[in-house]
Ligand binder design. Structure first.
Ligand code: ADP
Length: 480
């Protein structure tokens, strides 16, 4: 293989958010242009993985201090993905109810041991390959120590010359842990301590930014923002900026195709956008018990500060209390203070609010297809995929102008008619103004609204363009 992606998630095998979508799609598009690409991930306990057949390629153990952890590298025999998928099978760490958290949403206490075992199992496997990958592409902090270990651990010297790329999907989660845990790291050259350290902790994300041959962010806008605001890494990002690139994520246009998506109640047929939207909206209205004659404004995602979900209860509450004529649907999990507040609103306004506190892939597809608007009031948005899915499914995005949202949604006030509605400040007033603008569009300018939604469905956000940018980057550090 030429490129090996190392990631904690990969759709459809395991997905908790955008990372899974990206790692599940980019390799397919690289293979399509003739660059042999594979993925390795932990063997999580998911329905999809449980239904696959695997071939065991090797078995080994990873040393964590005084402890030895067994693992097996297995190849998934499913050939329909468009790339080869490998897993690290270490059931003591990965055969659990969640990818990162237990059933009550708490992060696993042994996150460091899990990621160290995973990363070193990958290195062992690569060391044993006759023909090694030309580039190892690591994603987010769970794989952030790979570039360091490959270069500074004597036992891994045979892979020290393989170029590495590290992609920051989310700079908020850096995976930092105490130096007290240094004893479970593999032996490394002591003078390299500084390449692990950030703010007196071992910080995998900081280490990857220092040690990877190139680092990327998932949109150009996010790279700019990280220079000024990256959870304590600002200085580091600025000092390493010469080896960085901001490459916008694409969407997997085969998975996300309103004409063929098997998760939709009604597919788009004969370019009849209005029928496709109306029928899917009816299904949604029935599912959530809301009024199909009013516009549906949807939020899908994690109810966390980053996504700005805490703005929603007050925004929706005020709008509905004024007698606002709109439905609001929420699909997501996260901060109970947000989901509880929204659930209370749903009791208060049962025919205008629908709340589903769940992670549900199928319902999310139906929401992209059947809603009129999708709201993303994010505080931070590295790229954001929801707005791209919503464009493709004919749902007008209402977004805060930040990170990847600013890179992918143009306001309807622009001369070419734009693709959505934007607001600048993270405040109820600004979000309310965007909501009012959206409602005016829907109620008072129906022809413009219908034209807009037909037009946004034709915007090409697929991976082809970004794949070329990754290829350019790989070519800067490897010959193939
Ligand atoms: P994140 O920061 O969470 O990775 P992205 O916008 O990059 O945000 O990607 C989010 C992905 O996760 C999208 O595919 C979205 O549809 C999906 N998603 C998020 N929450 C849910 C949910 N509760 N149910 C189904 N899909 C979800």
């Amino acid at each position: 293989m030429t490129i090996l992606h190392v990631s904690a998630e990969c759709y459809p095998a395991a997905k908790a958010g955008g990372l899974g979508d990206v790692v599940g799609a980019l390799p397919k598009y690289l293979n399509a242009v003739g660059v042999e690409t594979a993925v390795i991930m932990p063997k999580h306990r998911t329905k999809w993985l449980a239904n696959q057949d695997f071939e065991v390629l090797m078995q080994g153990t990873v040393r964590l201090g005084w402890d030895w952890q067994p693992y097996a590298i297995e190849k998934c025999l499913n050939t329909s993905l468009g790339y080869d998928l490998y897993v690290v099978n270490a059931p003591q760490y990965f055969d659990r109810s969640g990818i990162y958290t237990d059933a009550s949403g708490n992060g696993f206490y042994d996150e460091v041991e899990r990621s160290l075992t995973f990363q070193q199992a990958v290195i062992h496997w690569v060391m044993g390959m006759v023909e090694k990958p030309k580039v190892i592409h690591c994603h987010d902090h769970h794989t952030g120590l790979l570039p360091f270990m490959m270069q500074y651990c004597p036992e891994y010297v045979s892979v020290s010359q393989i170029p590495t790329v590290f992609t920051i999907h989310n700079g908020q989660y850096q995976g930092a842990f105490s130096w007290k845990k240094a004893q479970i790291m593999p032996f490394y050259q002591a003078e390299a301590n500084g390449l692990l350290d950030w703010n007196n902790t071992i910080n995998p994300m900081a280490s990857a930014i220092k040690c990877a041959w190139r680092f990327t962010t998932v949109s150009p806008g996010y790279l700019d923002e990280l220079k000024a605001n990256s959870g304590g890494l600002e200085w580091l990002i600025n000092s390493e900026i010469r080896k960085s690139a901001g490459i916008l994520n694409g969407i997997d246009a085969q998975v996300w195709d309103p004409q063929t998506d098997p998760m939709l109640a009604y597919n788009l047929a004969d370019s009849d956008v209005d029928t496709y939207k109306n029928k899917n909206k009816e299904v949604l209205a029935q599912m959530f018990g809301v009024n199909p004659n009013l516009p549906i404004i949807t939020f899908i995602g994690r109810a966390v500060g980053e996504k700005g979900a805490d703005l929603l209860p007050e925004l929706y509450g005020r709008y509905l209390a004024m007698g606002g004529a709109a439905n609001f649907i929420f699909l997501g999990t996260g901060d109970p203070s947000v989901t509880d507040a929204l659930t209370r609103l749903a009791y208060q306004f049962p025919d205008k609010m629908g709340v589903m506190v769940d992670y549900n892939e199928k319902v999310s597809h139906q929401l992209y297809a059947g809603s009129d608007f999708l709201i993303m009031p994010s505080r931070v948005e590295p790229c954001g995929l929801n707005q791209m899915y919503s464009l493709r499914y004919g749902t007008v995005p209402i977004v805060r102008s930040i990170g990847g949202l600013r890179d992918t949604v143009i306001d309807i006030a622009s001369p070419d008619g734009g693709s959505g509605i934007r607001f600048n400040n993270f405040s109820i007033d600004d979000a309310m103004m965007a909501l009012h603008r959206s409602m005016r569009l829907w109620w008072d300018n129906k022809a413009q609204f219908l034209d807009l939604r037909r037009r946004i469905m034709t915007i090409d956000n697929s991976w082809e363009y970004s794949t070329q940018q990754y290829l350019t980057l790989y070519n800067q550090i490897a010959n193939f």
